[in-house]
Design a protein around this ligand. Structure first.
Ligand code: SF4
Length: 367
């Protein structure tokens, strides 16, 4: 039996793939075989359900000390597009969103690494958001931001997370993982959290009862081997902590970044990565096809390649669009449900913890 046959047999019997088997499946480049394997894993885990939530993104500032070559969002304070929100503005946005969107279940807040805003600014924002919308889950701050808070406050990562949790933080989005290999990070994001720091934040958050997602940014300078190793590292962390809720893969959008000479990988690669992640991450319950990054048509196809979540309605998004994403900045529930139902799956509105709230047949579960 060759490596590919062995890999197929293992996936079909629910066994874990080794690095070499995963690499063989990738190199085989048989996308329909990958789709069928990944889809069977997805259906074992979440049946016919495909999840989405009603959320709102808030990006507090784009002023950043880090200057990562991969980034089109961050800028210097003197640039015309620079902005920073004060507490009153954040509260105004949250209150308006709650008013306009009665089903809102999550606020997703990630930002740049502002040079001057002190750690208490973030604590106050968290407390104010929770006071304005106590029923809404607050998912905020990537591990990269948490390391920044630790640096500016001189508090340990654990103390930073404890204080944020005490102020009302409910979970972390898990961004900024990019590729967990410092030789890659030195080129694409040399000034932000290292691999070890990203892992320390994640494992500390999990130990404090703050769940996170896990992410990967692919399609820049990394090798396929580094992508697979990244997934295996996430799988090892999940074995230890069980604190990851979902995996999200982001294709790199080169426009307006310091790596603008690179080509955006195309759809074939996007679908291979979703399927491969679904197959390798045997201890993750959910794999997200983030429609805003992938475009809606590719996100819909990804549901046939093992993804079981499309993320949310979003309302407004600045980071990905700064890098040239041409997707809309928000989507209605009706549109998401339509996209899911076309695939034959059931669209399930969920909360952040994947508790079903409504399914698309109109059956209301929690009301
Ligand atoms: S990726 Fe994040 S840390 Fe890096 S420049 Fe952009 S906003 Fe700043």
């Amino acid at each position: 039996m060759n490596l590919i046959e062995k890999a197929v047999k293992k996936v079909n019997s629910g066994e874990r793939l080794h690095f070499a088997e995963a690499l063989a499946l990738y190199q085989d480049n048989d996308i329909l075989k990958l789709a069928s394997l990944a889809r069977s894993v997805k259906e074992r885990k979440s049946g016919k359900h495909v999840y989405y939530n009603v959320n709102r993104h808030i990006n507090l500032t784009n002023i950043c000390v880090s200057g990562c070559p991969l980034c089109a969002f961050g800028c210097k304070a003197e640039e015309e597009r620079a902005y920073v929100m004060d507490k009153a503005e954040v509260i105004r946005i949250v209150s308006q969103t709650v008013k306009d969107t009665p089903d809102l279940s999550e606020i997703h807040m990630v930002s740049a690494l502002h040079p001057d805003k002190p750690f208490p600014y973030y604590l106050e924002i968290v407390a104010a958001v929770k006071a304005a919308a106590p029923q809404v889950h607050l998912k905020a701050f990537t591990p990269v931001e948490i390391v920044h808070f630790s640096n500016i406050s001189k508090l340990s990562i654990k103390l930073v997370l404890e204080q944020l949790k005490a102020a009302g933080l409910d979970s972390l989005p898990g961004g900024g993982a990019e590729i967990l290999d410092d030789s890659v990070r030195k080129v694409i994001c040399p000034n932000k959290a290292t691999t070890a720091e990203w892992i320390e934040v994640i494992t500390t958050a999990h130990s404090l009862g703050l769940p996170t997602n896990a992410t990967m940014l692919y399609g820049h300078i990394e090798t396929i081997e580094q992508r697979i190793q990244h997934l295996i590292t996430l799988r090892e962390i999940q074995d230890q902590t069980g604190g990851f809720q979902a995996f999200v893969a982001f294709p790199f959008h080169p426009a307006n970044t310091g790596l603008a000479e690179l080509e955006r990988v195309a759809s074939w690669e996007d679908l291979k990565m979703i399927a491969l992640a679904r197959i390798i991450l045997d201890n993750f319950d959910h794999v997200k096809a983030f429609w805003m990054m992938l475009t809606l048509p590719i996100a819909q196809l990804a549901l046939g390649f093992g993804a079981d979540d499309l993320d949310g309605t979003v309302v407004e998004e600045r980071i990905i669009h700064a890098a040239g994403a041409t997707t809309k900045t928000g989507i209605t529930k009706k549109e998401i449900i339509h996209f899911v139902e076309e695939t034959g799956y059931l669209a399930v509105e969920r909360d952040t913890f994947y508790h079903p709230l409504k399914i698309s047949s109109g059956v209301k579960i929690n009301e």
